[in-house]
Design a protein around this ligand. Sequence first.
Ligand code: C2E
Ligand code: MG
Ligand code: MG
Ligand code: MG
Length: 283
Amino acid sequence: QAKESGKNSICFYTSDINDQLVHYQEVTALLRNALAADSLQLYFQPQIDLKNGEIYSCEALLRCFDGSSQPVSPSIFIPIAEKSGLINRIGDWVIENACRQLKAWQGTALEKIRVDVNLSGRQLTNQHLADYILQTLYDHDLSPSQLGVELTENEVIGVEGEQIRQLKILKQAGVHISIDDFGTGYSSLVYLRNLPVCSLKIDRNFLHHAMENDSDMAILQAIITVGHCLGLTVVVEGVETADQDSLVKDLNCDLAQGFLHARPMPANEMPLFLADRGQIKER
Ligand code: C2E
Ligand code: MG
Ligand code: MG
Ligand code: MG
């Protein structure tokens, strides 16, 4: 009987790996096709200045449609793109298309907005990354300060030498640099000393836990204070309710990003969103 169940579990195990492989291959094919057909899309989620309600920046979030009405989530396809190496082409596509969008917004009410793109750690190992980003900005007649890059805390923890040099070139040129998902990893502020960083984005789980737990609240407060002492702008992600919004205001956060204010939206919805908030003034 043991033999039989052993056999069964091997069977199950095998098909599980098989499922994963099929999934991996399907997603890889989807991404390859999307790159070839140029059918990836960037959505944009505004960040709200908590002092005055103004919007100076937004995050570009990648969407990949597979024919159904809902896009495949980047939390699914980005890790697969990283594993397969497609992330380099996808990353270039994101930079190129963020710049294209910024260029299209020039001369409109959105011309001053900054677009922050997510970078994968693997892109940072490319020693031409900074050159590529600055060249792409230049090709689109944009100032480097119109673009930002976000790297997750986990990805920047181990960076050294050449990777730090890439970030320094970018920051020196005026590109905004944010640490993303802060509070999900090692969460040490010490390593920030050695990194050219402008903003700290506190992960939404951290905010959600702080609403329920006093010690998480104390830590959140401390992180915001230290962030400010280091001269960083503090952004809180995942603001979904009015309570969370007033909490982050009370805690002196600088910017909020979350469904309460705006969901990620296609570029063509951004002008209407800003107009509805009374932010597009007669020029
Ligand atoms: P992220 O960079 O931390 O982006 C924030 C995520 O939180 C986005 O998920 C956004 O839609 C979601 N979000 C924003 N406000 C709220 C809220 O109030 N509540 C909740 N529950 N969620 C909120 P999304 O778009 O699914 O992206 C997931 C992750 O995929 C991103 O996390 C980022 O790590 C990665 N990603 C997205 N686009 C790209 C890209 O172009 N390149 C790379 N390398 N990674 C990307
Ligand atoms: Mg991000
Ligand atoms: Mg994040
Ligand atoms: Mg994230």
